[in-house]
Design a protein around this ligand. Structure first.
Ligand SMILES: [Ca+2]
Ligand SMILES: [Ca+2]
Length: 137
């Protein structure tokens, strides 16, 4: 795959995904291409393309989680205190069954840092999956 084909493919594949990014931060298709072209031969193998695409997607997912986290950190303390935690969609939806914030506060500082928040998201997402929820009698 050469640069031009790559740029076209990237646009086609990711128009919506990359539209959410700051163009200055993304560095444009050339910067992305250079980062994906691991052996630097000016062409992307199928594998380089696959890996690059997977990495980009997980990086975007983390960016989104971070943005979510910062939005819920109303007092900008860098952690979600109990009241902020209670406002999380997953917590609201779980209602009385929601786990206590302290269950994820591993370092016991009264709030969830980003890493603790990720733990919570992973746990809550698993519990919220319909298949995983045991039927109540
Ligand atoms: Ca906070
Ligand atoms: Ca904590």
């Amino acid at each position: 795959m050469n640069r031009l084909v790559f740029a076209i493919a990237l646009c086609a594949l990711s128009a919506s995904v990359f539209a959410q990014q700051q163009p200055q931060q993304a560095g444009g298709p050339d910067a992305v291409f250079a980062a994906w072209d691991k052996d630097g031969n000016g062409a992307l193998s199928k594998e380089e393309f696959r890996n690059g695409w997977a990495n980009t997607r997980s990086a975007l997912a983390e960016q989104r989680l971070r943005a979510e986290f910062q939005r819920h950190d109303a007092n900008k303390s860098g952690k979600l205190e109990a009241s902020e935690y209670a406002n999380l969609m997953l917590v609201k939806r779980a209602g009385a069954k929601a786990p206590a914030m302290t269950a994820f506060d591993k370092n016991r500082n009264g709030g969830l840092e980003f890493e603790e928040y990720i733990d919570f998201i992973a746990t809550a997402a698993r519990q919220a999956a319909p298949a995983a929820a045991p039927k109540t009698k």
